[in-house]
Design a protein around this ligand. Structure first.
Ligand SMILES: Nc1ncnc2c1ncn2[C@@H]1O[C@H](COP(=O)(O)OP(=O)(O)OP(=O)(O)O)[C@@H](O)[C@H]1O
Ligand SMILES: [Mg+2]
Length: 266
């Protein structure tokens, strides 16, 4: 890292849940404007990292620092797209309403919208490519459409950091590419730092400035070339894995396989 203040830093963060250590002295830093992937298998602790950044879990050790300030010492602006969002089609909430709710922060109840707010809502719908679905009920949207609206909800308050928990899960390849393209454009246009979790890093590879790879409660952080290597990941997993490149895709295999049939780890 340079001497510039990181937009987000985890300094030796340890977290225990249900009597089990989930994160063990996890440290990484993200620079302003960086597009960062948080990669790890199911249960590696990706959502736990997000919950710590959001202040929903207090680490048993270490610190979360946002824009140079200790997370625990004040309000910070972090946009968040959670992993599981399910809204019944009967709920009378339009896509435009959900984007608009992102302006309300922690206030309860409906706010009266100023003209400037109304303009910002329309601008945000356009920025995420959701203007044509603005009047649809959120519960009737496809997975890709819902992600666009959730991203609009998260960025309308102009956070400096945007966290997205597995936004590509359950999307087909075309929608995956559209969402990653959209996020890459938003990062540049709004100088946002993006931290996006995934268990399969392949769709993110061309876009990631930085990879944070989680395994065994620890992490390795750096460029994809630095981190996605047989030696680095074997050390992290605590057993030998092989990083294999096939047709521009990366596959990580346990080596030797712990089970005959199922040795793919990501
Ligand atoms: N409140 C809790 N109490 C006990 N254990 C928990 C709790 N929350 C999470 N865990 C455990 O912590 C580990 C990490 O969970 P987490 O949800 O962070 O993983 P993840 O990487 O997001 O997984 P996925 O890819 O499946 O979403 C898992 O073993 C999970 O069972
Ligand atoms: Mg998760």
């Amino acid at each position: 890292m340079t001497n510039a203040i990181s937009s987000l830093e985890l300094d030796q963060v340890s977290i225990w849940l249900g009597g089990k250590q989930i994160l063990s002295e996890v440290s990484f830093a993200i620079a302003p404007g960086e597009f960062t992937g948080l990669i790890g298998t199911n249960g590696a602790g990706k959502t736990t990292v997000f919950r710590a950044i959001l202040g929903q879990i207090r680490p048993s050790g270490g610190k979360v620092i946002i824009a140079g300030r200790d997370r625990s010492k004040g309000d910070t602006s972090v946009g968040y797209v959670p992993q599981k969002v399910q809204i019944d089609p009967d709920v009378p909430l339009r896509a435009r309403d959900l984007v608009a709710l992102g302006l309300d922060g922690r206030t309860l109840g409906l706010s009266k919208r100023s003209v400037a707010d109304k303009e910002l809502i329309e601008e945000t719908l356009v920025a995420v490519g959701a203007e044509t679905i603005a009047n649809r009920r959120v519960g009737t949207l496809s997975g890709g459409e819902l992600q666009r609206v959730l991203i609009g909800h998260a960025i309308i308050s102009r956070p400096q950091i945007l966290l997205l928990d597995e936004p590509l899960a359950n999307l087909d390849i075309k929608s995956e590419h559209e969402i990653v393209d959209l996020l890459s454009t938003i990062t540049t246009d709004q100088n946002l730092s993006i931290l996006i979790s995934a268990h399969d890093m392949n769709s993110l590879l061309p876009f990631m400035d930085r990879v944070i790879y989680l395994a065994g409660g620890r992490c390795a952080s750096g460029t994809a070339e630095q981190v996605i290597r047989t030696e680095v990941l074997s050390e992290l997993y605590g057993f030998r894995v092989s990083v294999i490149h096939v047709d521009g895709r990366v596959v990580i295999l346990a080596d030797p396989p712990p089970m005959q049939a199922k040795n793919k780890v990501t």
